[in-house]
Design a protein around this ligand. Structure first.
Ligand code: ATP
Ligand code: MG
Length: 362
């Protein structure tokens, strides 16, 4: 097992700069998830770590050693792809042991490693089957087994569950988490599913257009997103965002926001002048209907799924759809106007120009 460091890593394909200076330090034994929208560079970054592509700038260190000059085979890395990449004409046993001969291991050692991996993955009954006679979930487990038998310093997973149906995805997700706890290996796991990221990761790296937006624990990202991009990417449904304006900064920031009137918020506006364009963000769970004073909200429609209700509608001052997530069963009529309120400590404030979050007041 080993730590992994990325130092100002850049990657261009021709004129196109795809990875734009990523710094990241993954601790020994940590489970780190890379998330971000399609095309942001997640797979490219994994391929650079694996050595399947060469960096255009910067350094990658595994266990403290610069791996620039090492081939993929010498880096002590095993990668599991979305497409399982199994050998179709080989049995599960052969798929798992193939390539281990190159590590100068005895037959007995190889056999023991293969048996240990299939036991870990509950695949013993399938040792003599070929991939075409296995389900998608079983094939993916063989692909994971092939990584396990190599005893890599770092495991890399590139969206390994996206070909599985929803139920199997949840089950395999739990298996990978257990595998991590058991092997205590350093793992990097790519997904664009933020629920997978939130449930599996020790820390999450949010990538956007080749840049690292934030690197932190799931809780840090959810509670204290560094900017609007992370705020909207993490959490489902996405955070609602409203235009706002700084009225006065200093000890208590007074912020005028859409239909909420003037909010006194526990954020530090620094030396931003009054009138600065801001945005406020409120999660659907934190915007609650109230009988008392609040902002007017017009319901378009509502979905009640037993124990919870999602309401879709809009508010004066913003053209975007605003979503409420209510933790019980409630009935709403299209066109109904209700009053909504928010606890000031749950409001996020961003600069409109840069999207950066205003820090909470100490
Ligand atoms: N060999 C290549 N030559 C040119 N462009 C490439 C190459 N590989 C990737 N790209 C480009 O780099 C960008 C990032 O691709 P990458 O596969 O890393 O995205 P991703 O975050 O993994 O997306 P997805 O979630 O869809 O898998 C894309 O715009 C892609 O077209
Ligand atoms: Mg990808």
């Amino acid at each position: 097992m080993a730590s992994l460091q990325l130092d100002a890593v850049f990657k261009s394909f021709g004129d196109a700069e795809i990875i734009k200076g990523v710094d990241l330090e993954v601790k020994d034994g940590e489970f780190v998830v890379f998330v971000g929208p399609s095309g942001c560079g997640k797979s490219t970054l994994l391929r650079l770590i694996a050595g399947l592509d060469k960096v255009s700038g910067g350094h990658i260190r595994i266990g403290g050693n610069d791996v620039q000059a090492l081939s993929p085979g010498e880096r002590g890395i095993a990668m599991v792809f979305q497409s399982y990449a199994l050998y179709p004409h080989m049995t599960v046993r052969e798929n798992l042991s193939f390539g281990l001969q190159n590590f100068k291991l005895s037959k007995e050692v190889i056999e023991a490693k293969v048996l240990e991996a299939v036991r870990m993955l509950a695949m013993e009954p399938y040792l003599e089957r070929r991939p075409r006679d296995l389900s998608g979930g079983q094939r993916q487990r063989v692909a994971i087994g092939r990584a396990i038998v190599r005893d890599p310093q770092v495991f890399l997973f590139d969206e390994p569950l996206s070909n599985l149906d929803a139920a199997l995805r949840v089950q395999t997700r739990a298996e990978i988490t257990r595998l991590h706890q058991r092997l205590k290996a350093t793992m990097i796991y790519v997904t664009h599913d933020q629920v997978e990221a939130m449930t599996m990761a020790d820390r999450i790296a949010v990538l956007n257009a080749g840049k690292l937006e934030q690197f932190g624990t799931p809780e840090e990202l959810f509670m204290h997103p560094a900017n609007r991009f992370v705020a909207r990417f993490i959490g489902s449904p996405s955070m609602n965002v409203f235009p706002a304006k700084l009225k006065s900064g200093g000890a208590t920031a007074e912020i005028e926001a859409a239909d909420f009137g003037t909010l006194t918020l526990p954020v530090d506006a620094g030396d931003l002048p009054s009138g600065t364009a801001l945005e406020i963000g409120i999660r659907p769970q934190h915007l609650r209907p109230t009988e008392g004073a609040g902002a007017a909200y017009t319901v378009s429609y509502a979905e009640s799924i037993g124990t919870e209700t999602y309401v879709y509608g809009n508010m004066a001052g913003t053209s975007d759809e605003i979503i409420l997530h209510i933790p019980d069963h409630r009935k709403f009529v299209p066109g109904q106007v209700i009053s909504v309120a928010v606890d000031p400590s749950l409001v996020h404030v961003f600069r409109a120009d840069t999207g950066v979050t205003l820090p909470a007041r100490p």
